[in-house]
Design a protein. Structure first.
Ligand code: UDP
Length: 482
């Protein structure tokens, strides 16, 4: 969990690895392309110092992008241990406000602009105290932004649980959202998480402007609605919407090749499916077995970032001892003999993989992803078509965007959060992506999206211009307040 401060220009506060990475990238871009001074205020939780420096170094090593780390406040006395993720993150950010305030007031020079993420809008009080314009950085997409900002209105309009509605949930000017695909905090309106989510949505609409990690040609309909639809515009109070995306890591070769890349070097072009569920995605024990069998049955090459199943006994032994071919033994949650049988076809990574490097490798022909927005953008930026296996947060909406709007992904017939995706379906989707005509067509489409993304980021591209506009608007506001 972290906050980011743009010294002289802005401050950004954002929690979670999936928020830290784009925030660092945005900070980097503002420093290198727009000549701003940026300081990152990083509220940290239990991430070990090694992981933290591994995460930060590639973004900060070669430029002046200071990162101030602030330990997250203890929330054990204010939220129950069973509270859901949004409740916990927001409580953490709220309790940390005094430390953020002290840190900012001791900065010399003090930042002029405050840029926070969607879970940190309670820290607007600090911006107001110090007279800084306040902006929100939305690390998700424009369609999600439409639903998010409109949620407080939906709360008044819709009776009963969203998931029990017969009709899709309407968002003015945007594609409607299927009831079962609403974001996680909307799944249960009686849960505290929903209230906290609504509160954050209101906080977002109070910003002086929104920066969204998307680009004009990717989501024209939702962006048009956020800017021109009367109802949505009145909700966001006519605030400017800046498209700054894609903000996604790029592969830059550094140091020695990792084992997985050496393995990929030996595989044919576009022959490997990369399987990963982000920084925190977990599958059930049953689902891991089905996925493993599906990969094996497909007879396609794979790289799989395998994590123990949800609820796995962390104190128990993870690996069967004495398994030949695996120095550490075979994880007992995989089918018996899986690693041996797939030794030539697959590469299993335990815990963390160099994802961007893998996706940009020519041997990779598909990505089975949990549809986290960063992973999605990294896949698009690498021209890799996807299997959209949404798990949490707004990922079901991302899966729909990828399959139905952009047509660069296939998805299981069932929602993986509700039902187990069977091995035959896994096999079918993997074959479709790697060796089917549909897979080839999707790859062509995603390559066009990749080109569109590059164009948006180029000088005079839409995202470049929008970022310049953001910087100019910041200046005007600062001048006005002097
Ligand atoms: N990531 C990685 N290696 C892994 C798993 C994840 O480098 O083994 C990175 C990935 O490249 C992405 C981020 O972690 O930048 C995950 O963000 P995303 O929004 O996709 O999902 P989240 O983890 O927030 O659910």
């Amino acid at each position: 969990f972290f906050d980011i401060v743009y010294k002289d220009k802005a401050i950004l506060c954002s929690p979670g690895v999936g928020h830290l990475v784009p925030a660092l990238l945005l900070g980097r871009r503002l420093v290198t392309q727009h000549n701003l001074q940026v300081t990152i205020l990083s509220v940290t939780t239990t991430t070990t110092p090694t992981t933290r420096s591994q995460l930060l170094t590639p973004f900060t090593a070669d430029i002046h992008l200071p990162v101030i780390q602030i330990p997250a406040a203890d929330i054990s006395s204010v939220v129950s241990p069973d509270a859901k993720v949004v409740t916990k993150i927001c409580a953490m950010m709220r309790q940390t406000i005094p430390t953020i305030r002290t840190t900012i007031s001791s900065m010399d020079p003090r930042p002029d602009v405050f840029l926070a993420d969607i879970f940190s809008t309670e820290s607007w009080v600090i911006a107001e105290e110090f007279g800084m314009p306040k902006y929100v950085f939305i690390t998700g997409n424009a369609w999600f932004t439409g639903l998010f900002t409109y949620s407080p209105v939906l709360d008044k309009k819709v009776a009963g649980q969203y998931v029990e509605q017969r009709e899709p949930v309407e968002i003015p000017g945007c594609k409607p959202v299927r009831p079962e695909e609403v974001v996680d905090p909307m799944l249960d309106r009686d849960d505290e998480d929903y209230r906290v989510y609504l509160n954050q949505a209101i906080g977002v609409t109070l910003a002086d402007g929104m920066l969204i990690n998307t680009w004009e040609n990717l989501e024209p309909q939702s962006l048009h609605a956020l800017r021109n639809n009367e109802i949505l515009r009145s909700i966001v109070k006519n605030k400017p919407v800046y498209t700054v995306g894609p903000i996604a890591k790029k592969y830059e070769p550094v140091g020695l090749k990792s084992e997985v890349i050496e393995w990929l070097d030996k595989q044919p072009e576009r022959s490997v499916i990369y399987v990963s569920f982000g920084s925190g995605g977990m599958l059930s024990a049953e689902q891991i077995i089905e996925l493993a069998w599906g990969l094996e049955l497909s007879q396609q090459r794979f790289v799989w970032v395998v994590r123990p199943p949800a609820g796995y006994d962390k104190d128990g032994s993870f690996f069967k001892s004495g398994h030949s071919g695996e120095p550490n033994g075979e994880p007992e949650y995989l089918p018996e003999g899986f690693l041996t049988r797939t030794k030539k076809m697959g590469f299993v990574v335990r815990s963390w993989a160099p994802q961007v490097e893998i996706l940009s490798h020519t041997s990779v022909g598909g990505f089975l992803t949990h549809c986290g927005w960063n992973s999605t953008l990294e896949s698009i930026s690498s021209g890799v078509a996807m299997i959209a296996w949404a798990l949490y947060a707004e990922q079901r909406m991302n899966a729909t965007l990828l399959t139905e709007e952009l047509k660069v992904a296939v998805r299981p017939a069932v929602l993986p959060t509700k039902k187990v995706v069977g091995r035959e379906e896994v096999e079918k989707m993997v074959r479709c992506l790697i060796e089917g005509e549909e897979g080839k067509a999707m790859t062509e489409k995603v390559k066009r999206l990749k080109e569109g993304a590059e164009e948006a980021l180029s000088v005079n591209g839409s995202s470049y211009i929008s970022t310049c506009k953001f910087v100019d608007d910041c200046w005007s506001r600062i001048q006005q307040s002097i």
